[in-house]
Design a binder for this molecule. Structure first.
Ligand code: PSV
Ligand code: MN
Length: 427
């Protein structure tokens, strides 16, 4: 569906005066606090978060899936949906593909389509966690870590094929999420599994173009329930250190055991110059795939505090980060969910940008925990949404993307075009 952009202008005109009042009030407070408001708006407008091709359809669980209507039936329709999101918020200017769920048939046409929506191709994702119908050897007992070299070779070849698709599309990174692990104590030798995996990823690493990265994602459990080869940030960092400069860690917010201090992990990765990027989502219990910021917005803010601090510190030398959402929940309209997620990420970023860093540093030096908390929460409790809205207004996006989406009955239009019973390919 191609959005008539004049509708955005009309909608913004109807909301402009109310927005202006809120923006003026916030600008005046922030200016008094010494912030350069137009620089903040510029930073927010420039911040782009990639959308995964598998988040555009309704997710499910092993107990079932309740598909919504009008879901994209092809890669082309997924690109159209991300184009729609980008038109609404001007902050979702990239799509991340999962192979083989979304193999492009005609690179040139796909690239043209993406360019028509002003979209880039973010990291490409390999998949050795499922067996494909035409596959020779099974991944039931692992892929890159498998005891059988033939299985490892097949998984390595798949990753190299994914890099090739990425090169054709203009991607600059391969994300490896390795599901390999065990379900029972004693099932495998941990050290040998690690070594097999390292040997496999080294072969993949050797095929990376000079300006590429490999993002090494970690996850503590699921699909395996006793051990996972790359279970935690320590294992991810170990692989990255052994592989070389192009290997960096990927933090998926849902891939931590309850109460893990994710912001400290972010700081450690940054300190080592090994933070590659994020898969944003929110979680209550595990890999819940909930809307970003819906359960733990303060944690998200604390993560952005580390990011802003680390990326602006002269003591940190970390490569550019790859920002992506990784969520596909089972009840919401996926497009509304993604709009809310992007908004939550940018709110946390804006709040982290307005922390009084000098005062915080002083409070830290003086071990004044009370003042440090006041400073952090003063930023967190500031309603920064008018800054985001202003960034959208200036970029030609909608002042309120979710309200616009509903008022213009976009889902109903998609259902009309694609049908009530459609299933997005992927998960
Ligand atoms: C695994 O849970 C994961 O987070 C990986 O990033 C996958 O590529 C993605 O979800 C989709 O299943
Ligand atoms: Mn992920």
């Amino acid at each position: 569906m191609i959005l008539d952009k004049s509708l955005i202008g009309q909608y913004n005109d109807s909301q402009r005066s109310s927005h202006q009042k809120k923006f003026n009030a916030l600008s005046s407070v922030l200016s008094d606090e010494g912030h350069d408001v137009s620089a903040l708006v510029k930073k927010l407008a420039a911040f782009q978060i990639a959308i995964p091709s598998w988040a555009l359809g309704t997710g499910g669980t092993r107990f079932g899936r309740f598909a919504g209507g009008g879901e994209p039936r092809s890669l082309e329709e997924k690109i159209e949906d991300v184009g729609l999101l980008h038109a609404l918020n001007q902050s979702s200017g990239a799509i991340s593909l999962h192979i083989p769920w979304d193999i492009p048939q005609d690179y040139k046409a796909i690239k043209q389509l993406a360019a028509s929506f002003d979209l880039q191709f973010d990291a490409v994702n390999s998949n050795t966690f499922q067996d494909q119908p035409d596959q020779k050897l099974s991944y039931k007992f692992g892929s890159l870590s498998h005891t059988d070299k033939n299985v490892r070779d097949q998984a390595v070849a798949h990753n190299i094929e994914v890099i090739k698709h990425g090169i054709e599309l203009g991607s600059k990174a391969l994300t490896i999420w390795l599901s390999d692990g065990t379900d029972f104590p004693g099932q495998q030798n941990f050290r040998r599994q690690f070594q097999n995996t390292l040997d496999s990823i080294k072969q993949i690493y050797a095929e990376l173009p000079a300006d590429w990265k490999v993002l090494v994602e970690y996850k503590p459990y699921e699909p395996h329930f006793y051990s996972t080869v790359i279970a935690d940030w320590g294992s991810s960092l170990l692989f990255c250190q052994k592989l070389g400069e192009k290997a960096v860690g990927l933090v998926d917010l849902g891939h931590h055991l309850p109460n893990t201090n994710i912001e400290q992990i972010v700081s450690r990765f940054l300190m080592e110059g090994k933070l590659g990027g994020f898969h944003f989502n929110d979680s209550k219990y595990g890999d819940d795939d909930l809307t970003v910021g819906s359960v733990k917005p303060y944690q998200l803010f604390l993560i952005f505090n580390e990011l802003v601090e680390g990326m602006t510190s002269s003591e940190v030398n970390n490569p550019e980060l790859s920002w992506m959402i990784d969520a596909s929940h089972n009840i919401k309209d996926p497009l509304e969910d993604l709009l809310q997620s992007v908004e939550a990420i940018k709110i946390a970023y804006a709040q982290a940008l307005i922390i009084d860093r000098k005062a915080l540093e002083k409070a830290q030096q003086e071990n004044d925990a009370t003042l440090a908390q006041e400073i952090m929460q003063n930023a967190y409790r500031t309603d920064v949404r008018p800054l985001l809205a202003e960034a959208r207004l200036q970029a030609g996006a909608s002042l309120n993307p979710v309200a616009f989406y509903r008022e213009n009955k976009i889902r109903q239009e998609l259902i009309k075009q694609r049908g009530e019973k459609t299933f997005a390919t992927g998960l």
